[in-house]
Design a protein around this ligand. Structure first.
Ligand SMILES: NC(=O)c1ccc[n+]([C@@H]2O[C@H](COP(=O)([O-])OP(=O)(O)OC[C@H]3O[C@@H](n4cnc5c(N)ncnc54)[C@H](OP(=O)(O)O)[C@@H]3O)[C@@H](O)[C@H]2O)c1
Length: 298
Protein backbone atom coordinates (compact mmCIF):
# COMPACT_ATOMS: atom_id res chain seq x y z
CA UNK A 1 0.00 0.00 0.00
CA UNK A 2 1.42 3.44 -0.93
CA UNK A 3 1.89 5.96 1.85
CA UNK A 4 0.65 9.55 1.92
CA UNK A 5 1.75 12.28 4.31
CA UNK A 6 -0.85 15.05 4.54
CA UNK A 7 -0.16 18.47 6.09
CA UNK A 8 -2.97 20.74 7.28
CA UNK A 9 -5.05 17.62 7.83
CA UNK A 10 -7.35 19.33 10.33
CA UNK A 11 -8.28 21.95 7.72
CA UNK A 12 -11.14 22.21 5.22
CA UNK A 13 -9.36 20.41 2.36
CA UNK A 14 -6.84 18.29 4.28
CA UNK A 15 -9.49 16.63 6.46
CA UNK A 16 -11.54 15.63 3.41
CA UNK A 17 -8.44 14.27 1.68
CA UNK A 18 -7.76 12.10 4.75
CA UNK A 19 -11.38 10.85 4.85
CA UNK A 20 -11.41 10.01 1.13
CA UNK A 21 -8.03 8.25 0.77
CA UNK A 22 -7.97 6.42 4.10
CA UNK A 23 -8.31 2.70 3.33
CA UNK A 24 -6.65 2.78 -0.09
CA UNK A 25 -3.44 4.37 1.20
CA UNK A 26 -1.53 4.32 4.44
CA UNK A 27 -2.04 7.86 5.73
CA UNK A 28 -0.05 9.91 8.20
CA UNK A 29 -1.69 13.24 8.97
CA UNK A 30 0.27 15.07 11.66
CA UNK A 31 -1.59 17.83 13.48
CA UNK A 32 -0.12 21.35 13.52
CA UNK A 33 1.25 20.59 17.01
CA UNK A 34 3.10 17.49 15.72
CA UNK A 35 4.57 19.17 12.64
CA UNK A 36 5.01 22.91 12.34
CA UNK A 37 5.85 23.33 8.66
CA UNK A 38 7.87 26.48 9.34
CA UNK A 39 10.43 24.24 11.08
CA UNK A 40 12.57 22.91 8.22
CA UNK A 41 14.30 20.29 10.38
CA UNK A 42 11.01 18.95 11.68
CA UNK A 43 9.66 18.65 8.12
CA UNK A 44 12.70 16.60 7.09
CA UNK A 45 12.48 14.42 10.23
CA UNK A 46 8.76 13.71 9.92
CA UNK A 47 9.08 12.86 6.21
CA UNK A 48 12.20 10.77 6.86
CA UNK A 49 10.50 8.75 9.60
CA UNK A 50 7.29 7.99 7.67
CA UNK A 51 8.92 7.66 4.21
CA UNK A 52 5.77 8.59 2.24
CA UNK A 53 5.45 7.95 -1.49
CA UNK A 54 3.38 11.10 -1.78
CA UNK A 55 3.14 14.31 0.26
CA UNK A 56 -0.02 16.40 -0.05
CA UNK A 57 0.62 19.83 1.41
CA UNK A 58 -2.60 21.53 2.54
CA UNK A 59 -1.30 23.49 5.54
CA UNK A 60 -1.51 27.24 5.04
CA UNK A 61 -2.96 30.52 6.16
CA UNK A 62 -5.82 30.36 3.69
CA UNK A 63 -7.64 33.49 4.84
CA UNK A 64 -6.88 36.33 2.41
CA UNK A 65 -7.72 38.98 5.05
CA UNK A 66 -5.44 37.41 7.66
CA UNK A 67 -2.56 37.49 5.16
CA UNK A 68 -3.13 41.25 4.71
CA UNK A 69 -3.18 41.74 8.49
CA UNK A 70 -0.29 39.42 9.33
CA UNK A 71 2.01 39.41 6.29
CA UNK A 72 5.11 38.20 8.13
CA UNK A 73 3.41 35.28 9.83
CA UNK A 74 1.57 34.27 6.66
CA UNK A 75 4.76 34.54 4.56
CA UNK A 76 6.48 32.22 7.01
CA UNK A 77 3.74 29.61 6.67
CA UNK A 78 2.66 30.04 3.04
CA UNK A 79 6.10 30.56 1.49
CA UNK A 80 8.82 29.26 3.84
CA UNK A 81 6.65 26.39 5.11
CA UNK A 82 5.87 25.26 1.55
CA UNK A 83 9.55 25.38 0.57
CA UNK A 84 10.36 23.25 3.63
CA UNK A 85 7.85 20.64 2.51
CA UNK A 86 9.08 20.71 -1.11
CA UNK A 87 12.67 20.15 0.07
CA UNK A 88 11.67 17.41 2.51
CA UNK A 89 9.87 15.61 -0.33
CA UNK A 90 12.90 15.90 -2.58
CA UNK A 91 15.12 14.43 0.14
CA UNK A 92 13.14 11.18 0.16
CA UNK A 93 12.09 11.25 -3.54
CA UNK A 94 8.40 11.50 -2.65
CA UNK A 95 5.89 12.98 -5.07
CA UNK A 96 4.93 16.43 -3.75
CA UNK A 97 1.52 17.99 -4.34
CA UNK A 98 1.19 21.57 -3.09
CA UNK A 99 -1.91 23.75 -2.90
CA UNK A 100 -1.72 27.11 -4.59
CA UNK A 101 -4.60 29.42 -5.48
CA UNK A 102 -6.43 31.21 -8.30
CA UNK A 103 -5.66 34.42 -6.34
CA UNK A 104 -2.31 34.48 -8.14
CA UNK A 105 -4.39 35.78 -11.07
CA UNK A 106 -5.95 38.67 -9.09
CA UNK A 107 -4.84 41.84 -10.82
CA UNK A 108 -3.84 40.10 -14.03
CA UNK A 109 -5.47 41.56 -17.11
CA UNK A 110 -7.49 41.68 -19.12
CA UNK A 111 -10.42 41.87 -16.75
CA UNK A 112 -13.42 43.79 -18.07
CA UNK A 113 -15.38 46.48 -16.35
CA UNK A 114 -18.59 45.09 -17.79
CA UNK A 115 -19.40 41.56 -18.80
CA UNK A 116 -22.47 42.29 -20.92
CA UNK A 117 -26.19 41.73 -20.34
CA UNK A 118 -25.91 37.96 -20.03
CA UNK A 119 -22.86 38.21 -17.83
CA UNK A 120 -20.82 36.37 -20.43
CA UNK A 121 -17.24 37.39 -20.10
CA UNK A 122 -15.23 37.36 -23.28
CA UNK A 123 -12.06 38.09 -21.30
CA UNK A 124 -9.85 35.05 -21.39
CA UNK A 125 -9.59 32.30 -18.82
CA UNK A 126 -6.14 32.48 -17.28
CA UNK A 127 -3.44 30.08 -18.36
CA UNK A 128 -0.62 28.74 -16.24
CA UNK A 129 2.22 30.32 -18.20
CA UNK A 130 1.05 33.95 -17.89
CA UNK A 131 3.34 36.53 -16.29
CA UNK A 132 1.68 37.50 -13.03
CA UNK A 133 1.78 40.28 -10.49
CA UNK A 134 -0.87 39.45 -7.85
CA UNK A 135 -2.71 42.36 -6.27
CA UNK A 136 -2.97 40.97 -2.73
CA UNK A 137 -0.57 39.55 -0.13
CA UNK A 138 -2.02 36.02 -0.25
CA UNK A 139 -1.70 35.89 -4.07
CA UNK A 140 1.88 37.14 -3.89
CA UNK A 141 2.73 34.54 -1.25
CA UNK A 142 1.19 31.73 -3.29
CA UNK A 143 3.03 32.80 -6.45
CA UNK A 144 6.34 33.09 -4.61
CA UNK A 145 5.79 29.67 -3.03
CA UNK A 146 5.16 28.16 -6.49
CA UNK A 147 8.36 29.65 -7.87
CA UNK A 148 10.56 28.76 -4.89
CA UNK A 149 9.17 25.24 -4.51
CA UNK A 150 9.81 24.50 -8.18
CA UNK A 151 13.29 25.94 -7.86
CA UNK A 152 14.00 23.72 -4.84
CA UNK A 153 12.25 20.66 -6.23
CA UNK A 154 11.35 20.73 -9.95
CA UNK A 155 9.16 17.63 -9.54
CA UNK A 156 6.65 19.52 -7.35
CA UNK A 157 3.08 19.66 -8.61
CA UNK A 158 1.46 22.98 -7.73
CA UNK A 159 -2.31 23.10 -7.97
CA UNK A 160 -4.01 26.45 -8.41
CA UNK A 161 -7.28 25.81 -6.56
CA UNK A 162 -10.35 27.97 -6.92
CA UNK A 163 -12.94 28.88 -4.27
CA UNK A 164 -14.20 25.57 -2.86
CA UNK A 165 -17.45 24.62 -1.16
CA UNK A 166 -18.79 21.51 0.52
CA UNK A 167 -22.52 21.20 -0.04
CA UNK A 168 -22.96 18.17 2.23
CA UNK A 169 -20.51 17.91 5.10
CA UNK A 170 -19.99 20.45 7.84
CA UNK A 171 -17.28 19.91 10.39
CA UNK A 172 -17.19 21.80 13.67
CA UNK A 173 -14.77 24.72 13.88
CA UNK A 174 -13.85 25.02 10.22
CA UNK A 175 -13.99 28.24 8.26
CA UNK A 176 -17.07 29.20 6.28
CA UNK A 177 -17.68 28.36 2.64
CA UNK A 178 -20.15 29.46 0.03
CA UNK A 179 -22.83 26.89 0.87
CA UNK A 180 -22.62 27.66 4.55
CA UNK A 181 -23.47 31.28 3.75
CA UNK A 182 -25.88 30.64 0.90
CA UNK A 183 -28.26 28.03 2.34
CA UNK A 184 -29.46 30.13 5.30
CA UNK A 185 -29.89 33.09 2.94
CA UNK A 186 -32.08 30.98 0.65
CA UNK A 187 -34.08 29.75 3.64
CA UNK A 188 -34.59 33.29 4.96
CA UNK A 189 -36.31 34.27 1.72
CA UNK A 190 -34.73 37.74 1.56
CA UNK A 191 -32.64 39.29 -1.21
CA UNK A 192 -29.28 37.77 -2.10
CA UNK A 193 -26.61 39.87 -3.71
CA UNK A 194 -23.70 38.85 -5.95
CA UNK A 195 -21.06 40.97 -7.69
CA UNK A 196 -21.19 41.65 -11.41
CA UNK A 197 -17.61 42.86 -11.73
CA UNK A 198 -16.23 39.54 -10.61
CA UNK A 199 -15.66 36.30 -12.46
CA UNK A 200 -14.22 33.18 -10.90
CA UNK A 201 -14.45 29.42 -10.83
CA UNK A 202 -16.24 27.97 -7.79
CA UNK A 203 -15.56 24.28 -7.21
CA UNK A 204 -17.18 21.40 -5.36
CA UNK A 205 -14.48 20.20 -2.94
CA UNK A 206 -15.54 16.58 -3.56
CA UNK A 207 -14.33 16.92 -7.17
CA UNK A 208 -11.02 18.41 -6.01
CA UNK A 209 -10.45 15.56 -3.56
CA UNK A 210 -11.38 12.84 -6.07
CA UNK A 211 -9.23 14.33 -8.84
CA UNK A 212 -6.21 14.64 -6.55
CA UNK A 213 -5.19 11.02 -7.15
CA UNK A 214 -4.66 11.86 -10.83
CA UNK A 215 -2.07 14.47 -9.86
CA UNK A 216 0.25 12.02 -8.08
CA UNK A 217 2.05 11.11 -11.32
CA UNK A 218 1.91 14.50 -13.10
CA UNK A 219 5.16 16.02 -14.30
CA UNK A 220 6.41 18.84 -12.05
CA UNK A 221 4.86 22.25 -12.72
CA UNK A 222 1.88 24.51 -12.11
CA UNK A 223 -1.67 23.41 -12.94
CA UNK A 224 -5.01 25.21 -12.83
CA UNK A 225 -7.18 22.84 -10.81
CA UNK A 226 -10.86 23.72 -10.48
CA UNK A 227 -14.15 24.32 -12.24
CA UNK A 228 -14.24 26.62 -15.26
CA UNK A 229 -16.66 29.53 -15.42
CA UNK A 230 -17.61 31.76 -18.34
CA UNK A 231 -19.91 34.11 -16.42
CA UNK A 232 -19.64 36.78 -13.80
CA UNK A 233 -20.77 35.78 -10.31
CA UNK A 234 -24.21 37.45 -10.46
CA UNK A 235 -25.13 35.79 -13.76
CA UNK A 236 -23.65 32.50 -12.57
CA UNK A 237 -26.16 32.46 -9.72
CA UNK A 238 -28.97 33.66 -11.94
CA UNK A 239 -28.54 30.48 -13.99
CA UNK A 240 -28.01 28.26 -10.92
CA UNK A 241 -31.12 29.62 -9.14
CA UNK A 242 -33.25 29.34 -12.22
CA UNK A 243 -32.15 25.68 -12.73
CA UNK A 244 -32.89 24.87 -9.09
CA UNK A 245 -36.33 26.52 -9.19
CA UNK A 246 -35.44 29.37 -6.82
CA UNK A 247 -37.02 32.75 -7.54
CA UNK A 248 -34.34 34.69 -9.47
CA UNK A 249 -36.19 37.89 -8.51
CA UNK A 250 -34.49 37.55 -5.13
CA UNK A 251 -31.09 38.05 -6.72
CA UNK A 252 -29.61 41.52 -6.56
CA UNK A 253 -26.70 42.91 -8.54
CA UNK A 254 -23.83 44.12 -6.43
CA UNK A 255 -22.44 46.82 -8.73
CA UNK A 256 -20.02 48.21 -6.14
CA UNK A 257 -17.70 45.30 -5.41
CA UNK A 258 -14.70 45.29 -7.76
CA UNK A 259 -16.23 48.21 -9.72
CA UNK A 260 -12.99 50.15 -9.97
CA UNK A 261 -10.84 47.05 -10.27
CA UNK A 262 -12.85 44.26 -11.93
CA UNK A 263 -11.68 40.82 -10.95
CA UNK A 264 -11.23 37.85 -13.23
CA UNK A 265 -9.82 34.71 -11.59
CA UNK A 266 -11.32 32.25 -14.08
CA UNK A 267 -8.89 29.54 -15.13
CA UNK A 268 -8.36 27.66 -18.37
CA UNK A 269 -8.64 23.88 -18.03
CA UNK A 270 -6.68 23.04 -21.16
CA UNK A 271 -3.55 21.83 -19.38
CA UNK A 272 -5.27 19.52 -16.88
CA UNK A 273 -7.65 18.26 -19.58
CA UNK A 274 -4.62 17.14 -21.60
CA UNK A 275 -3.67 15.04 -18.55
CA UNK A 276 -7.13 13.46 -18.35
CA UNK A 277 -8.40 15.61 -15.43
CA UNK A 278 -11.83 17.20 -15.74
CA UNK A 279 -14.10 19.29 -13.50
CA UNK A 280 -17.80 20.11 -13.89
CA UNK A 281 -18.38 23.70 -14.86
CA UNK A 282 -19.09 26.04 -11.94
CA UNK A 283 -22.75 26.29 -12.96
CA UNK A 284 -23.18 22.50 -13.35
CA UNK A 285 -21.56 21.81 -9.97
CA UNK A 286 -23.52 24.47 -8.09
CA UNK A 287 -26.81 23.54 -9.77
CA UNK A 288 -26.40 19.84 -8.97
CA UNK A 289 -25.49 20.49 -5.35
CA UNK A 290 -28.13 23.14 -4.76
CA UNK A 291 -30.86 20.91 -6.21
CA UNK A 292 -29.73 18.06 -3.91
CA UNK A 293 -29.69 20.40 -0.91
CA UNK A 294 -33.23 21.56 -1.74
CA UNK A 295 -34.43 17.95 -2.09
CA UNK A 296 -32.93 17.09 1.30
CA UNK A 297 -34.71 20.16 2.69
CA UNK A 298 -32.30 22.91 3.67
N1 LIG B 1 -10.57 26.92 0.95
C1 LIG B 1 -10.54 27.37 -0.30
O1 LIG B 1 -11.58 27.68 -0.90
C2 LIG B 1 -9.20 27.50 -1.01
C3 LIG B 1 -9.17 28.10 -2.28
C4 LIG B 1 -7.97 28.18 -2.98
C5 LIG B 1 -6.81 27.66 -2.40
N2 LIG B 1 -6.85 27.10 -1.15
C6 LIG B 1 -5.61 26.56 -0.59
O2 LIG B 1 -5.83 25.18 -0.31
C7 LIG B 1 -5.09 24.79 0.85
C8 LIG B 1 -6.05 24.21 1.89
O3 LIG B 1 -6.97 25.24 2.25
P1 LIG B 1 -8.01 25.03 3.43
O4 LIG B 1 -9.18 25.86 3.14
O5 LIG B 1 -8.15 23.59 3.73
O6 LIG B 1 -7.21 25.70 4.64
P2 LIG B 1 -7.62 25.71 6.18
O7 LIG B 1 -8.95 25.11 6.39
O8 LIG B 1 -7.38 27.09 6.66
O9 LIG B 1 -6.56 24.72 6.85
C9 LIG B 1 -5.21 25.03 6.91
C10 LIG B 1 -4.56 24.10 7.90
O10 LIG B 1 -3.16 24.44 7.99
C11 LIG B 1 -2.77 24.30 9.34
N3 LIG B 1 -1.57 25.11 9.61
C12 LIG B 1 -1.47 26.46 9.63
N4 LIG B 1 -0.22 26.82 9.93
C13 LIG B 1 0.50 25.68 10.10
C14 LIG B 1 1.84 25.40 10.41
N5 LIG B 1 2.74 26.38 10.64
N6 LIG B 1 2.23 24.11 10.48
C15 LIG B 1 1.35 23.09 10.28
N7 LIG B 1 0.05 23.30 9.98
C16 LIG B 1 -0.37 24.59 9.89
C17 LIG B 1 -3.96 24.77 10.12
O11 LIG B 1 -3.88 24.26 11.43
P3 LIG B 1 -4.29 25.21 12.67
O12 LIG B 1 -5.69 25.63 12.42
O13 LIG B 1 -4.10 24.31 13.83
O14 LIG B 1 -3.32 26.36 12.64
C18 LIG B 1 -5.11 24.16 9.32
O15 LIG B 1 -5.40 22.86 9.76
C19 LIG B 1 -4.34 26.04 1.30
O16 LIG B 1 -3.07 26.05 0.70
C20 LIG B 1 -5.19 27.16 0.73
O17 LIG B 1 -4.43 28.34 0.57
C21 LIG B 1 -8.02 27.01 -0.45
Amino acid sequence: MEKILITGAAGFLGSRVVDFYRGNYEIYAPAHGELDITDAKAAVQVAGRFQPDIIIHCAAISDVGQCEREPEKSWDINVTGSINIAKAAKGISAACILCSSDQVYFGAGPARAHYGEEGLCPAHSHREEEELCPANVYGREKLKAEQECLEANPDCVLLRLSWMYDAKVRKPGEHGDLFRTLLPQIRDEGGISFPVHDRRGITDIAEVVKNLEKTFRLPGGVYNFGSPNQKDTYHTFQEVFSGAGIDVGRLQKNEEAFRTNPRNLAMSQEKINRHGIFFSSTIEGLSRNLSCALERGI
